[in-house]
Design a binder for this molecule. Sequence first.
Ligand code: HEM
Length: 218
Amino acid sequence: MKRVYIYEGFERFWHWTQAILIIFLAFTGFEVHGSYSFFGYENAVVYHRIAGWTLVGLYVFAAFWHFATGEVKQYIPTFKFMKAQLDYYIFGIFRNAPHPVKKNRLSKLNPLQKITYFSLMVIIIPLMMITGLLYYYYRVPQATTVNPLNISNLHVISFWHVLGAYFLVMFLIGHLYLITTGHTVLTNLKAMITGWEDIEEEEGEEETSNQENNKENN
Ligand code: HEM
């Protein structure tokens, strides 16, 4: 095993702030939706709006950081090793097979993570922000229609916002399972807290895996 520094301070800050905000948005959002009562409808609306705006701000900041540092390249989807990764999650993981894609500082995401996070950042989160803001401005100030946007029915906005919310909840459940699939159940969680991860490195493999990962990033 080799100890490698994988996640920088900002990435960990971004990850955990985002996690807390999305869980809180889901919790308050489904209260606004009428699924249960916890804070009370009026409070849930206020909290949801504050958290929504905070998430928008966080993404603006994170987008700037990812472009400025070039870390945005980590998320560009690739099909290389995709089958190997799928085979691992379906079969290999239950037979104690080694992880097909080795992590390093320059390539920390496997192909399934890349495509999932890319879709979240390019489709689902923007969908939530756009529909969330449309929702917000549709109602404020007490308009009965939104003529300039030509949206006459709040249900259209609500449908897409709630659909995105279901996707995010499903993602969270899958994500919680997948974080337990590192070298030990807590390896991935610890890495996202401390930045450091113990990575399996077999004899003679280091060179090859680093070269492959570097090639992929170029
Ligand atoms: C990204 C920024 C977001 C903004 C600006 C936003 C904004 C809003 C607004 C304005 C409403 C209408 C309630 C109200 O009057 O305040 C709403 C409802 C709702 N939001 Fe969000 N939201 C965001 C993200 C999310 C996320 C991430 C989730 C879930 C994971 C979520 C789940 C919901 C749900 C379930 C409703 C109820 C919709 C309905 O029943 O029609 N929202 N949101």
